[in-house]
Write a protein that binds this ligand. Structure first.
Ligand code: ADP
Ligand code: MG
Length: 362
């Protein structure tokens, strides 16, 4: 659906009805909302919306004097690109490239596209850099938790312990374009990175269309392109960070220029059992949800890095996570955590000047 017209706070509204999307492919989250600050922006962007990767996708183009028909065609191409990546990377199918790798685990290697080889290489790089906190071999454990079930439950400890040897990312072999999972029962799950990658490809499509000011929002994974701006820049987009405990409210906001943003939160896919919250971001060392953090918003020069960092910083926790953000050039981030029932936030140096907390709902 493509239309023109400025819609403030559009995505908070879209959070309603997300459960009806469960049968689709990727975990749903809507954690960020973007809108523009007032600098020389047409008040009617050309917008398009669709559903892909189990979430809502929105594109807004803000170039002045844009031809509607032309922009609509390019927006449709960006959506097609996202859906193409979904078809390649989903693990909810035996026929996708990832599905075929998983199906042949412990039996045979599978020839895949150069594109998937690169995406897996990137994923392994994030695994190495985070000491395994980011781990695309986490599939068997995510399946054991089955967060999307009608009534999810905590799996037996013995079952988790048996699965742990299967989620070793070092058992992913790559030889040219052939990928082999060395043990039967292993499976790849790109849920922590595929949306960020898809955002980057959609941004490339719109750049090829000649657009110079636009935002792609794939379920809270944002790709902002605003010619002449840098990531830490107050010139382009204002990002509203969803309140992790109050649906429809925002926790705070910050401004940014061109780059990627992603959020990982304990409220996106979770269930409660005996007063404990179990959510979908897994600490691969124990096979249980990572503890200590409520949500992480990561900013990076591109969407894939932002997506991987939001997940890996969440797993590493407050101290080690912020250390990694500070030590990695080009990355900024914020970590929301709970202390004595209150929410607090740690900000990386670049965000300190830009972030504004919204206290009106506390
Ligand atoms: P979302 O996709 O909901 O926006 P994330 O980017 O944090 O949130 O990705 C979470 C998803 O990533 C999980 O649903 C699961 O598929 C996968 N995942 C869970 N734990 C890990 C991990 N430690 N490393 C990499 N991927 C993970
Ligand atoms: Mg992620």
């Amino acid at each position: 659906m493509i239309h023109s017209g400025f819609r403030f706070f559009q995505l908070i509204v879209l959070k309603v009805g997300i459960n009806s999307l469960r049968s689709l492919f990727f975990p749903a989250c809507l954690s960020l909302v973007c809108c523009l600050s007032c600098r020389s922006v047409p008040d009617s962007p050309i917008s398009g919306e669709t559903v892909a990767m189990n979430t809502f996708v929105t594109v807004n183009i803000y170039d002045t004097g844009t031809n509607f028909e032309n922009a609509s065609t390019w927006i449709d191409s960006a959506f097609a690109e996202i859906k193409r990546i979904e078809e390649m990377a989903t693990h909810y199918s035996n026929t996708s490239e990832i599905g075929r790798i998983n199906y042949h685990a412990g039996v045979d290697s599978v020839a895949v596209s150069e594109e998937l080889v690169s995406l897996l290489e990137e994923s392994l790089k994030f695994a190495e850099e985070s000491g395994g906190a980011f781990n695309v071999a986490v599939g068997p454990i995510v399946q054991a938790w089955d967060f999307l079930a009608e009534q999810p439950r905590v799996p037996e400890r013995e079952r988790i312990d048996k699965l742990l040897p299967l989620i070793d990312y070092r058992l992913i072999s790559m030889n040219g374009n052939k990928v082999y999972l060395q043990k039967k029962g292993m499976s790849l799950d790109l849920g922590g990175i595929a949306k960020g990658y898809a955002v980057d490809r959609a941004v490339d499509v719109l750049k090829a269309g000649g657009f110079k000011r636009f935002i792609v929002d794939l379920g809270g994974n944002l790709g902002v392109f605003w010619e002449g701006t840098r990531l830490i820049d107050s010139a382009a987009a204002r990002i509203l960070v969803r309140h992790p405990r109050k649906e429809g409210e925002f926790f705070g906001s910050f401004k940014m220029g061109s780059g990627g943003v992603a959020t990982s939160g304990d409220y996106q896919q979770y269930f409660m059992a005996e007063g404990v919250r179990y959510h979908h971001i897994i600490d691969p060392t124990i096979g249980y949800p990572a503890r200590g953090v409520v949500s992480v918003t990561a900013m990076a020069p591109d969407g894939i890095t932002a997506d991987a960092f939001s997940t890996l910083v969440f797993v590493l926790g407050r101290d080690r996570g912020m250390e990694v953000i500070k030590n990695t050039p080009g990355i900024e981030g914020m970590i929301i955590y709970e202390d004595d029932g209150m929410l607090n936030v740690d900000l990386s140096p670049g965000l300190q000047e830009l972030f504004m907390r919204n206290y009106s709902h506390d």
